[in-house]
Write a protein that binds this ligand. Structure first.
Ligand code: NDP
Length: 671
């Protein structure tokens, strides 16, 4: 393969770094794959470009428009994935490793795109939680909202997942409406550059939305401000250095860190040899040691088993490791490729040497090079019989195919050992005993960002110990960096500012584009079901006539549906309850009558009722009472040319104007 010259993408131009470029060797052959450098870039001008051009353009778009953009980017990556697989082999990755990185990366963008369209409004302000009533008269209320930060997201990525690592940060950032400058790790930057180029060539991003640094970040951090975010993945040492940068400290620049993690996997006390959970545990430990040659921030570094089962665990893991085929990842049948670089192999060997002072190697030889030329290393299994007397096994992270097995005495001991990692990204527990799981979650939850409890029922469909998922949070306390990424829409809010708005309901309603209780409820001559989404104003209200609910209605409904609960049928029993003064109308009868009062039956823009949310029955309705309904357009969202969603605030009142019930009604409508 002809060596590539990696380019920077600065201020919407591809530019080569000035001066001498750094040569990047293939992990497999050691030959130069690419050269890279960022000298000569004007980093301050890049930040200004993002702030002045990219940010305003992104903030003009709604969440849905940005979500569609993510889908286009993901499709572009998928359409050209084979180009990326070719480059991925040179990082030492097998096809399976590459799949996690490349298709996993595109999948993450797809996931954020779909969540963005389903869970975020088709507008630009995100509402957080319910309105808070702040005054007795209801004219002064509070509402939390999120708006996009007006700075730049600086993404500093790790070498192990050049594509996924870039996209899992870009998904939430772009969805939030914030431009990004991406700095990949040098060791595998040719793959990150290729994926980045595909996104630029997809031609869907506004100018200034994305920039790329193929080298060091120069003086970039010196020019950060309070509106910027640094999202970092890498070593604890670099994280600490960056976090204590004077500008980051002085300006309170948001800093998200994913760093070292001594993740644990625990075989439950109930899961001895012969149980499905024992086999699953062994399989998972070996998988985590060998996928991506163990270079995963979430990989299992510490495997714990009841003392009486440790020999069996050791034997089973060693047997499985013996079947691992190490080699050039392009070759058929190879199950484990190379480490990312010779430097990385050196640092793993150094870590193993340190660990082997207090634990013994029971499988693999760190000094052997199973394949000549590249950065290959055998999987190494260590064993410590005195886990409390061997601090290194909980402190030293060999970022390669290395794991240490250790015994525990009882469940409390296992919990304490797991927590001895001082904060981790992922923990897995293999048990079929729900009490073991409950105790473990309570004892260890505070120390781990994600916990997977695996048993025979979930194993087949499980995504595994080591897979961060776009819909779940990725991050962990303490040593793991204290950061949190993804987690669905939670990850988007990391790039936004939460603000508590206060004011009159009508004022805030107009700002947040959602009707809030207490805001105006204008009425008109046209039934709202006759209006398309584009013609419906937020707040527009239908006030229905009232109807009386009779005892015959209640009895008819009871026998018709089979709901003959005593509170509807037995006057004495109902009276004896602490809630009712006598027989009451069914809640579902009230809802049905409400629909009967507000529905406009002829075919029209309303296509279907898709659900109810936040239903509360507040005042009982007794036979002889009457009810009326107010149906208010709360918010609306166009999904595509054919469909959209309208959320209606429904309030049901009795003849004394007391609120009987409130809920949100969801309908699918024509736009
Ligand atoms: P580093 O911390 O050296 O590098 C991580 C990133 O930071 C790279 O992009 C690197 O760029 C960049 N970087 C390094 N120094 C600076 C600086 N002064 N200013 C700005 N950017 C800088 O980590 P490694 O590459 O050594 O990665 C290995 C370690 O990272 C592993 O041992 C593991 O502990 C951790 N890791 C954690 C992960 C997680 O998700 N928690 C994932 C992967 C790794 P460059 O490559 O150009 O030096």
């Amino acid at each position: 393969m002809k060596p590539l010259t990696l380019l920077n993408y600065a201020r919407d131009q591809w530019v080569q770094g000035a001066g001498n470029l750094v040569e990047l060797p293939s992990a497999v052959t050691g030959e130069v794959v690419a050269s890279t450098g960022s000298s000569g870039l004007d980093f301050k001008a890049m930040l200004d470009h993002a702030r002045n051009v990219g940010g305003p353009a992104l903030r003009k778009l709604t969440f849905h428009e940005r979500a569609w953009m993510l889908k286009t980017l993901a499709n572009a990556i998928m359409a050209r994935k084979e180009e990326l697989y070719e480059l991925s082999y040179e990082t030492g990755a097998t096809r399976t490793d590459g799949w996690i990185d490349i298709e996993g990366g595109a999948g993450t963008l797809f996931s954020f795109s779909s969540k963005g369209r389903r869970e975020l409004p088709n507008s630009r302000v995100l509402i957080d939680g319910q309105m808070e009533q702040l005054s007795r008269g209801g004219t002064f209320v509070g509402q939390h909202v999120y708006t996009p930060l007006q700075g730049v997201a600086v993404h500093i990525n790790a070498f192990n997942f050049p594509v996924w690592g870039m996209l899992e940060k870009l998904g939430p950032t772009l969805l939030a409406g914030v431009p990004a400058i991406v700095k990949p790790a040098s060791a595998t930057a040719w793959l990150a550059e290729a994926a980045f180029r595909i996104m630029i060539e997809a031609d869907v991003l506004p100018q200034g939305a994305l920039q790329f640094i193929a080298g060091s970040t120069g003086d970039l951090l010196d020019h950060l401000t309070l509106q910027d975010v640094v999202s970092f993945t890498g070593s604890a040492a670099t994280a600490m250095k960056l976090q204590s940068h004077p500008v980051i400290a002085r300006e309170s620049v948001r800093f998200i860190a994913e760093r070292d993690s001594l993740n644990a996997s625990v075989l439950g006390p109930d899961a001895g040899p012969g149980t499905p959970e024992f086999d699953l545990f062994v399989k998972e430990v070996v998988r985590e040691m060998t996928v991506k040659a163990g270079q995963k921030c979430t990989a299992i570094r510490r495997a714990m088993a009841p003392a009486e089962h440790l020999d069996a665990v050791q034997q089973a893991i060693a047997d499985r490791l013996a079947k691992v085929k190490i080699g050039n990842p392009r070759e058929e049948g190879v199950t484990m490729g190379a480490l990312a670089s010779q430097d990385q192999r050196d640092s793993v060997r150094a870590a193993v040497a340190e660990l082997s002072r207090s634990a013994r190697i029971v499988a693999g030889d760190p000094d052997r090079s199973p394949v000549n030329g590249g950065a290959f290393l055998e999987p190494i299994l260590l064993r410590s019989d005195d886990p409390w007397g061997s601090p290194a096994i909980h402190d030293v992270e060999p970022f390669g195919p290395v794991s240490t097995i250790m015994p525990y005495k009882d469940l409390d001991d296992a919990v304490a050992l797991a927590n001895r990692g001082m904060g981790s990204l992922a923990l897995s527990l293999f048990t079929f005993d729900t009490r073991v799981a409950e105790d473990f979650v309570l004892g260890a939850g505070a120390y781990h960002g994600r916990m997977m409890i695996l048993d025979r029922t979930s194993a087949k469909e499980s995504t595994g110990h080591g897979s961060p998922l776009p819909v779940l949070v990725h991050g962990g306390p303490g040593r793991a960096g204290g950061g949190e990424e993804m987690g669905g829409i939670r990850g988007v809010t990391h790039y936004m500012q939460r603000t508590a708005l206060q004011g009159a309901p009508e004022m805030l309603s107009k700002v947040v584009k959602q009707w809030l209780p207490g805001a105006d409820k204008p009425t008109g001559n046209t039934h709202p079901f006759r209006l398309r989404i584009s013609e419906l104003d937020i707040g527009y209200t239908l006030k229905t006539a009232s109807r009386t609910v009779t005892l015959e209605d209640v009895e008819h409904f009871a026998h018709f549906t089979g709901d003959t609960f005593y509170a509807h049928m037995d006057e004495e029993a109902a009276k004896a309850s602490p809630i009712f003064e006598g027989r009451v109308a069914h809640g579902y009868l009230i809802l049905s009558f409400a629909a009967g009062l507000f529905v406009e039956p002829a075919p029209g823009p309303v296509l279907a009722n898709t659900g109810l949310e936040n239903l509360r029955f507040q005042t009982p309705l007794y036979p002889g009472d009457s009810m009326r309904v107010e149906l208010t357009v709360k918010s609306k969202s166009v999904r595509d040319e054919e469909r959209g969603e309208v959320r209606w605030a429904v309030a049901i009142f009795n003849q004394k104007d007391e609120v009987v019930a409130t809920y949100d009604l969801l309908t699918m409508n024509r736009p």
